[in-house]
Design a protein around this ligand. Structure first.
Ligand SMILES: [Zn+2]
Length: 113
């Protein structure tokens, strides 16, 4: 199977693969495998929890949906720290869920404690 990778991403992946003495193909497969495992872990750890989206006016405001409780939760990123509005907490299942999601890694979030 062939997959097209964005040029900018490819340059980074190629350089990281070389640093780690992987072929690009093996490295991409390693990355994908670790993402898949992370999502499986998150799904198992917090079933029913999902990212509903971002506030349109504020990208530091993440909206989560808990389909089991039929509720929404607002998690905000302030000074690299997450805070859950509904639980008034920096370390509840919602902040930990966001922190674990690979797509938010680029935000440089501190680990919830
Ligand atoms: Zn919470």
């Amino acid at each position: 199977m062939t997959v097209n990778i964005n040029r900018g991403t490819y340059v980074v992946i190629k350089s990281q693969a070389e640093d780690r003495r992987y072929s690009v193909k093996d490295y991409v497969n390693e990355l994908l495998d670790s993402y898949v495992k992370k999502y499986e872990f998150v799904d198992k750890q917090w079933p029913g929890l999902s990212v509903e989206g971002f506030d349109e006016n504020n990208k530091n405001h993440i909206i989560l949906k808990d389909s089991k409780k039929r509720k929404f939760f607002d998690v905000r990123l302030v000074s690299d720290e997450l805070r859950c509005e509904q639980d008034d907490s920096k370390c509840c299942i919602h902040t930990r869920f966001v922190w674990m999601m690979p797509e938010f890694a680029k935000l440089g979030i501190k680990e919830p404690k």
